[in-house]
Design a protein around this ligand. Structure first.
Ligand code: RB5
Length: 145
């Protein structure tokens, strides 16, 4: 599975940790930045990663900022994106199973790196369940029209 990652300065350290973790697990990771600590505006990175996911350049995206809130609000403005802010493993699993999320947003100032890794595992290890969830996700996507 290919994953595109992005972050702002609030999420830089955790993004680096998770990138290494995912690459060691064998995932293909493309990093849309930031690549060194600098103060940036999170909507720029949410847009870049969101547009890439909507265009099918990778199966999943991961966005990290201080709280994960700004990234999730911004990424969900991009048509085709279903970004889920998950700061626990149960929500991460359900974001895939029920909502067919295609971007995971994390709050680096909320989570420790160990929990963040478990959340990523729960998210990437789960799959969309389809069935009656399909029409609900379709209704979400219809809101873009
Ligand atoms: C940056 O200071 C911070 O506002 C950002 O990382 C994020 O938490 C926004 O939602």
């Amino acid at each position: 599975m290919k994953i595109i990652m992005g972050c702002d300065h609030g999420g830089f350290e955790l993004k680096e940790t998770l990138k290494k973790y995912l690459m060691e697990k064998g995932y293909e990771v493309e990093d849309y930045g930031i690549h060194q600590y600098e103060r940036v505006d999170y909507p720029d990175y949410a847009q870049k990663v969101g547009e890439a996911i909507a265009a099918g350049k990778a199966e999943q995206g991961i966005l990290v900022c201080g709280t994960g809130i700004g990234m999730s609000i911004a990424a969900n403005k991009v048509h085709g994106v279903r970004a889920a802010l998950c700061n626990d493993c149960y929500s991460a699993e359900k974001a895939r199973e029920h909502n067919n999320a295609n971007i995971l947003c994390l709050g680096a100032r909320v989570l420790g790196s160990g929990l963040a890794q478990q959340i990523v595992d729960a998210y990437l290890g789960a799959s969309f369940l389809g069935s009656y969830h399909t029409q609900r996700v379709e209704k979400i996507m219809a809101l873009e029209k």
